[in-house]
Design a protein around this ligand. Structure first.
Ligand code: IPT
Length: 976
């Protein structure tokens, strides 16, 4: 369907296929729907409806935030920071619990997600896989794929049939939301994920996916993040891209920096499409036992963002997506082995949706990428070296209008010294000039910093010769231009504008000196960045309000679009939306404290409301409106004191009835990874793909058994933090992580000639991600069991999550539930009556290995109109040998391993958590040795905002409903 021909085959082929390119811009074909938009691209940039556009995008995974109203929150926060796109992985396994079964309802309602992106005014880069990696279970492959045979990410027929199922489902939704011919903002479609393999089969596989996407009605450009692969020929994508993580993923030494890689050769290779980073490092994942996400946020902090993202601009990139901008939560069993519940990623927006200094920094650059339109089309150009050799500068020029960009940083990006320099810049007619002009001042790079300076830049009716401050944004409001410049606190700045005759300059605020040079027609302003300086400059028809802030001041500005033009808002923690209603502006947003709000809008606007309430505002000397808005009410959270407890591992007892369990009697599997003795013990072969599983082995003892060797695979990657624990006739044998262990048997434990029971509880830390080999099919659960002393055979039975692939609770879905007794009984669910359980307090220590369940309830009364991110904290004074699974209102929102860490605070997203009513906490604690129990449990407030956000509760079944569905789906007698 996609014809690539001729030297410009990529572009020409694309236009032919969608029938919407240059020609149709002039004369829309009769068949083109009236709302159709165009997406084109060349070596410089994407063009959207013919307008060259800088793509400034961030990654977000809806499946890591199971509360749809909060998707809108994240998308609005991204849009408010100047992201014009969001990159989204669609997780096959999240939607498909069973072959042929696909779920797009509730927290899986992708249609709704894409509508929200459209409503937030943000484009979507869709990444439906089939393989996605993403530190998620099996890299996004569904559990049921584990026990199939075909080589993954290849043309193997059974694998092909499987992924085509998924593509049919997801493409149908994505196609509806295409920007080209749908009702949404889906702009680009990624084919597969980081397939670094140029084999003939990989090419064919890529081509198969592309053909299928086209057959499914995908008309937007197909992109890739396969680095140097799939540029031409079979399997080629329209727009290839590069993924880059220059700080890598070791957050233990957050001060460490690697060099800046020069993407010049990549820039050159891409002859028909822009230098595109589908994933440029936005943070880093952390691992079990790792240093925690604040360290990752530091490793990839604002200094990293400035230096590396501006280096990408220096290399000519006009398409940058940051992975991740909001990381979210590996709730349930979503994580791949190695990573823990939080996928915060040290990203600009925390897992609990709080804005960080990384967000502020991205806003500063993000706004500029849109405000300075000439940036979308630039060529590298030679320039003089800085007079300080510790520094380096890259220059670029827009060939059409001559705007110049100077990107300045330390030559050694990791250099932390404080340096100054002068720069030689090209100023069109004025010729080359050394800046700054003001004697005794210089341009400073203090430590790991980068600055992007503009020269020869015309905006509105202004002509900026150059500035040693950076431009955050510029906008036109009625008759006047407004420009917002910023620099580091206390550093000198110099801004020079050209006028035909001397303008009137008025300094409204701040210490700014103005100097007019009649010979060069340049008005030079000198100042120090400190708070906010305001200068108006008028000449003839033109008037300019120049706002000059330090970084701290600049980050409090928000730019929002209305149908009557852009507005600037200064002050609040977040400004979400602006709508013009006659002379009034309706603003929405969030505050973290009471304070001033200032609004810069067109001359027609005389007042404004904030979250629906009118604000008394006065007109300032800079013709803005200034008023006051309230902060949040103080909030206090209840303490969790009254707990109920139940022992919950009856499977250990020899008398336990396992007659309803599944016998592990299979002797064949398509899965080539079962290379152990028969019958097969792999839990996946019995349709238990996620969470803990129990095995009970029956054997007739001879009395000669001296030890039992047990081997399990719990998932080893980036460490080995799974575990299994075993009992013989109720006696604790011990524990072991993934691997084999011989446990000695006390002869008095054996019932010679009788039925003896080995009970084993096995962790499943997830299925591995996939390179190409099929490693996601590694078995999970027990893999071997043999006696020493006698060749006694064991007959095993297995029990996992209720229903296996047939979920009694499809709302919470395939990753929520495991095979603990309490989970099978529905003890995690709201509505379960725990009154007969014993009461207890926390912390509680136990010397009895096994599983205990703890439950409590609490009532929240968060004031309406407040967003209060809450986490549940488990605190141990010293590590104990236990691991806990945390449920809030039936949702599994955390896995805590006391003796591994690092996570102690587990975010409870509003919607799952009820901020205005009753909530149920259930915690299953698996004591893996004789010093288990459960630490102190509390609720912690991570922030408090007065907010326009009003998340609705996520509807989910309670105890009665789930157990009813459970009974209906189970064989009689199979409830234990
Ligand atoms: C890149 C993956 O594409 C992405 O899914 C995620 O796993 C990311 O890594 C790390 O968080 S792969 C790249 C690091 C080689």
């Amino acid at each position: 369907m996609f014809a690539f021909q001729g030297p410009f085959g990529r572009l020409a082929g694309y236009s032919a296929a969608v029938g919407l390119l240059a020609l149709s811009l002039q004369a829309p074909a009769a068949s083109t729907p009236p709302h159709a938009h165009t997406i084109t691209y060349d070596h410089y940039s994407l063009s959207i409806d013919g307008k060259p556009t800088y793509l400034w995008s961030g990654s977000f995974h809806y499946w890591r935030l199971p509360s749809p109203d909060l998707w809108a929150d994240v998308l609005q926060k991204m849009k408010a920071a100047g992201f014009n796109a969001v990159e989204i992985y669609f997780d096959w396994g999240y939607h498909s619990p069973k072959r042929g079964v696909y779920d797009f309802a509730g927290i899986r309602d992708v249609d709704r997600l894409l509508d929200m992106a459209r409503d937030a005014g943000i484009y979507v880069i869709a990444r439906p896989g089939p393989y996605i990696n993403a530190e998620t279970d099996a890299g996004g492959f569904p559990g049921w794929l584990v026990t199939t045979a075909g080589k993954p990410r290849s043309t193997a027929p059974d694998y092909t049939a499987a992924y085509r199922e998924w593509m049919t489902q997801i493409d149908r939704i994505l196609a509806r939301h295409q920007f080209t011919d749908g009702r949404g903002t889906v702009l680009l479609y990624q084919v597969e994920n980081e397939l670094y393999d140029d084999s003939a089969d990989s090419r064919r596989y890529m081509q198969d996916i592309e053909d299928k996407a086209h057959a499914d009605g995908i008309t937007v450009p197909l992109i890739g993040n396969h680095n140097d692969n799939f540029f031409t020929g079979v399997g080629a994508v329209d727009m290839p891209g590069y993924d880059s993580y220059p700080a890598d993923f070791d957050c233990t030494r957050p001060e460490r920096w690697n060099g800046v890689y020069d993407f010049a050769s990549e820039r050159k290779r891409l002859t028909h499409s822009p230098l595109f980073f589908p994933e440029f490092q936005g943070g880093a994942f952390d691992v079990w036992g790792g240093p925690g996400y604040e360290a990752c946020r530091k490793l990839t902090g604002p200094d990293f963002e400035r230096v590396f993202y501006e280096s990408n601009i220096a290399a000519g990139s006009t398409m940058q997506n940051f992975y991740m901008t909001y990381g979210g939560i590996n709730w349930g069993w979503l994580s791949s082995p190695g990573v823990y519940t939080s996928y915060d990623y040290g990203a600009p927006i925390t897992a609990n949706r709080i804005l960080t200094n990384k967000y502020d920094q991205q806003k500063l650059i993000g706004y500029m990428t849109h405000a300075v339109a000439p940036l979308a089309r630039t060529d590298a150009v030679a320039t003089s070296v800085p007079d300080n050799p510790r520094l380096r500068v890259n220059a670029r020029v827009n060939p059409e209008d001559g705007t110049r960009f100077y990107i300045l940083r330390h030559a050694d990006a990791a250099d932390t010294s404080n340096d100054t320099t002068h720069l030689r810049v090209t100023l069109g007619k004025t010729g080359d000039t050394t800046i700054p002009l003001q004697a005794g001042t210089a341009i400073r790079i203090n430590g790991r910093d980068s600055k992007m300076l503009l020269a020869n830049y015309r905006f509105g009716r202004q002509d900026l010769a150059y500035s040693t401050s950076e431009l955050m944004t510029q906008l036109r409001m009625g008759d006047r231009d407004v420009a917002l410049l910023y620099g580091r606190h206390d550093e000198d700045g110099e801004t020079v504008l050209r006028y035909s005759t001397e303008p009137t300059t008025r300094v409204i605020d701040g210490n700014v000196t103005a100097h007019w040079d009649a010979a060069t027609h340049m008005l030079r302003l000198n100042y120090r960045h400190d708070g906010l300086a305001r200068v108006t400059i008028g000449q003839g028809e033109t008037s300019l309000l120049l706002l000059i802030g330090d970084n701290e001041t600049a980050k409090h500005f928000w730019q929002l679009d209305t149908s009557t033009g852009p507005v600037l808002v200064r002050g609040p923690y977040l400004a979400r939306t602006a709508t013009g209603e006659g002379e009034q502006l309706a603003l929405t947003g969030d505050t973290d404290k009471a304070g001033d709000i200032e609004v810069f809008a067109g001359p027609g606007i005389h007042g404004f409301t904030w979250n629906g309430a009118p604000v008394t505002a006065k007109v300032t000397a800079s013709s803005s409106l200034q008023g006051h808005i309230d902060g949040p009410q103080p909030v206090s959270l209840p303490s969790l004191t009254a707990w109920r407890i139940s022992e919950a591992a009856p499977e250990i007892a020899p008398t336990f009835d396992d007659s309803g369990w599944t016998a592990t009697d299979r002797t064949t599997t398509p899965n080539p990874y079962w290379n152990h003795e028969l019958p097969i013990l792999d839990s996946d072969d019995y349709d238990f793909h996620h969470g803990n599983v129990w095995y009970r082995g029956h054997f007739t003892a001879t009395g000669k058994e001296t030890a039992i060797l047990l081997a399990a695979n719990t998932g080893v990657h980036l460490g080995n933090h799974g575990i299994f624990t075993a009992w013989l006739n109720g006696h604790f044998l011990g524990n072991n992580p993934s691997g084999a262990q011989q446990f000695p048997i006390d002869p008095s434990w054996l019932k010679t000639g009788g039925d003896n029971i080995v009970s084993v509880l096995v962790d499943n830390t997830g299925h591995l991600q996939e390179e190409h080999s099929g490693s996601f099919r590694e078995p999970r659960g027990l893999i071997a069991a043999t006696f020493a002393g006698a060749p006694t055979g064991i007959r095993w039975k297995i029990q996992g999550n209720v229903g296996g692939e047939n979920l009694p609770d499809p709302v919470r879905g395939p990753f929520n539930a495991g095979g603990l007794y309490g989970e099978r009984m529905g003890w995690q669910l709201p509505g379960f009556a725990d009154e007969r359980w014993a009461t207890t307090t926390l912390p509680r220590a136990t010397d009895k290995p096994g599983v205990d369940w703890y439950r409590t309830r609490f009532h929240l009364d968060i004031p309406a109109g407040q967003d209060v991110p809450i986490a549940l904290r488990i605190h141990d004074i010293a590590p104990h040998h236990y691991r806990a699974i945390i449920f809030i209102n039936g949702w599994q929102m955390g896995r805590y391993i006391s003796d591994v860490g690092p996570q102690t605070d587990f975010e409870l997203p509003a919607g799952l958590l009820n901020p205005h009513g009753d909530n149920t906490v259930a915690i299953a604690s698996w004591s893996t040795a004789q010093d288990g129990g459960l630490g102190e449990v509390s609720l912690v407030m991570q922030g408090n905002y007065r907010s326009a956000l009003d998340p609705k509760p996520v509807a989910a079944p309670d105890y009665q409903q789930v157990t009813k569905a459970q009974k209906a789906s189970l064989k009689p007698g199979a409830t234990n």
